[in-house]
Design a protein around this ligand. Structure first.
Ligand SMILES: NC(=O)c1ccc[n+]([C@@H]2O[C@H](COP(=O)([O-])OP(=O)(O)OC[C@H]3O[C@@H](n4cnc5c(N)ncnc54)[C@H](O)[C@@H]3O)[C@@H](O)[C@H]2O)c1
Length: 381
């Protein structure tokens, strides 16, 4: 297959590695020549490292690298059958780029966007043939993360999602299909992992270290919410939260927190800037976790109930199939269990009790239980 990629930053380069390794011809373009040459160097290094580690042979490393061509104008895309855009997250820039791509590719070429937060419908709307536009959302780093979300827009040709799904599987990835709604699956369902943890912290229920300890030691998550937000960076994590909140017409369930906003504004972006919820300076005093197991269990119960509620609601609203929701959260963000299976295990009555308890205490819509949970409980009776 002849493929094209627009944008050779972190995601574009990673996607080029995936497609090149799958044996496709890849033409990659970037408006910044320095970014293109940086991508070439980093891809060479990546393939060489894989060969050194014995994951691929030296011949394969060379072959995969040779599959990738660095093009200086969009004309190099003329023969492609699939183009994936991975440029700056700006709707008007993306729309212009899609128009430019459409002017050079053939009528059968599929146009995909790797956007994390924009609607595929809004990007497709800029095209003469919006029915060939679809979202193919990789996770960072693309060569390592198995999950890929496939997002047909309202305009997308029926059947295209299934075709793209089979392509993505052939690249060794795990595709899931999701509706074109804010955050798709992962960035929607995962929101309470961060926001409910911050809520507990803001109320003084426990400090960051205690909440992180509870979620890793009892919850079984690889990283606690505060360590993870510091790792992702508050510039990225806060912006995603804010964008999902705005896109959901200010649904309080997705409300960002002032604590994180202040870290973002202060430039305390986490590990990369030396300070976030934790202080990464050498010798800095770290908060200590409260070892009260009953307190830790309460923290886990509350955050988990909010996560499970979000997954149940995504199913209720037909955002994705049950199977795809479970795959997305276990493979996209490495959750220890699928959230719906976890809900089954904890018991839906227990989850509902937790949510209703919070709802009555706070009188906030944020804690409303999904009708899906009540439906399941009714069906069990
Ligand atoms: N970084 C992530 O974790 C992540 C994960 C999933 C999806 N995404 C999405 O992928 C896209 C790219 O993200 P990234 O992290 O790779 O960004 P990046 O900043 O690393 O790279 C973007 C590249 O696009 C180029 N570019 C900008 N405008 C262009 C144009 N008009 N034409 C051609 N090239 C142009 C830039 O020069 C840059 O090299 C965004 O839509 C982002 O939301 C990012």
């Amino acid at each position: 297959m002849k493929t094209g990629i627009i944008g050779s930053g972190a995601m574009g380069s990673g996607i080029a590695q995936v497609l090149g390794s799958a044996g496709h011809e890849v033409a990659i373009f970037d408006s910044n020549p320095a970014a293109l040459s940086k991508s070439k160097t980093s891809l060479k290094t990546s393939f060489d490292k894989l060969a050194e580690k014995g994951k691929i042979s030296n011949e394969q490393a060379q072959q995969f690298f040779d599959n990738i061509h660095y093009i200086e104008t969009l004309d190099g895309l003329a023969e492609t059958e699939l183009v994936i855009e991975a440029i700056v997250e700006d709707l008007s820039v993306k729309q212009q780029v899609f128009k430019n791509i459409e002017a050079v590719v053939g009528s059968n070429c599929i146009l995909a966007s790797n956007t994390s937060s924009l609607s595929i419908a809004s990007i497709a709307a800029a095209c003469r043939h919006p029915e060939r536009v679809i979202g193919i959302h990789f996770f960072n780093p693309a060569p390592l993360m198995a999950l890929v979300e496939i997002i047909p827009a309202v305009q997308t040709h029926e059947g295209l999602a299934e075709t793209v799904k089979s392509w993505v599987s052939s690249w060794g990835k795990l595709p899931v299909i999701t509706k074109d709604t804010p955050g798709f699956i992962v960035n929607r369902v995962a929101r309470p992992f961060y926001s409910e943890a911050i809520r507990l912290y803001e109320e003084g229920f426990a400090n960051c270290a205690t909440i992180d300890r509870a979620m890793t030691a009892i919850g079984g998550f690889k990283m606690g919410p505060f360590a993870l937000m510091d790792f992702i960076g508050h510039d990225v994590n806060y912006r995603v939260t804010e964008s999902v909140f705005h896109s959901f017409f200010f649904d309080p369930r997705f409300k960002p927190s002032l604590s994180q906003k202040r870290l973002f504004e202060a430039g305390y972006w986490g590990k990369k800037s030396g300070r976030g919820f934790y202080n990464y300076a050498e010798g800095a005093v770290q908060p200590t976790a409260n070892e009260d197991l009953a307190l830790q269990q309460k923290i886990v119960n509350r955050i988990l109930a909010m996560l499970i509620n979000e997954a149940a609601d995504a199913l209720f609203l037909n955002i994705a199939s049950r199977e795809d929701l479970e795959t997305a959260m276990t493979k996209g963000v490495n959750y220890p269990k699928g959230l719906l299976a976890w809900g089954d295990e904890i018991g839906w009555n227990n989850i509902l009790q937790q949510l209703d308890g919070l709802y009555h205490y706070y009188h906030e819509d944020r804690y409303r239980a999904s009708p899906q949970i009540r439906n399941w409980i009714k069906a069990q009776k």
